[in-house]
Write a protein that binds this ligand. Sequence first.
Ligand code: SAM
Length: 268
Amino acid sequence: MEMPTKENAIASNREAWNDSARHHRDNPEWPALLKAVERADFSCIDDTLRTVLEQVGVAGKDFVQVGCNNGRESLSLFALGARSVVGIDQSAEFLEQARELAARSPHNAQFVAADIHHLPSELHNRFDVALITIGVLNWMPDIGEFFRHVARILKPGGALVIYETHPFLEMFDPETDDPYRLQSSYFRREPFVQTQPIVYEGKVEQQSAASYWFVHSLGDIFTGALDAGLAISHFKEYPHSNREELYDRYEQQEAQLPLCFTWVALKS
Ligand SMILES: C[S@@+](CC[C@H](N)C(=O)[O-])C[C@H]1O[C@@H](n2cnc3c(N)ncnc32)[C@H](O)[C@@H]1O
């Protein structure tokens, strides 16, 4: 397979996510979400992430969510006490949905359409906490470069909080007859490529711009962050799945794989 350049992969991912937005709007969960965000105490943040955020401290803090998608998690941060919230995503189509949700919410979140690798300088040194959740790191062609950009938008002493899927899962294919058969190297360098629309459940049999999913080992993630001047202060792995329903089959096993992790690093 011919590897795309970093720029081409990022641009193609943007196109794929923009195309994906209409499929998410068609989901029956969308009207329910439009209603739910009207409540001041709306939150879709699960107990695992809430516990970590509370340890870091939310009350009175200025937050940014990187890869905020439709902004439902960004809006949830107000219920935990955030003072201000900015969501960043390179998909203008998803940010349109985020703004639609924000217009119904009693809270005032700001949404910025930008590729994380080209952030406006007004965002530099602005945030106490940067949040990254499920399914963001793997869209980044170079994890070290990504962390350098995220570090720039934190204030000195600011915290980066990550709640992500575990990279061990990239070795398995949950859709095969033997979902525990090792299918792909943990150290895989070439991205997984999908040319069907990105949806969280099932498949849509249509063509879409190619989306490029890069595998980053825990070692790459730790080293990338340390090289970007981020000091890791928390790392915990969990036996529950936080990704597509297909991956629930890896839960509740005698020989349990780690399925997701939380991670905190501080900017010096
Ligand atoms: C799986 S979604 C995150 C979903 C989020 N955890 C949630 O539950 O709402 C990943 C998001 O990352 C965004 N993204 C991917 N590459 C990006 C980039 N280079 N800069 C900014 N956003 C990016 C995509 O547009 C997409 O909205």
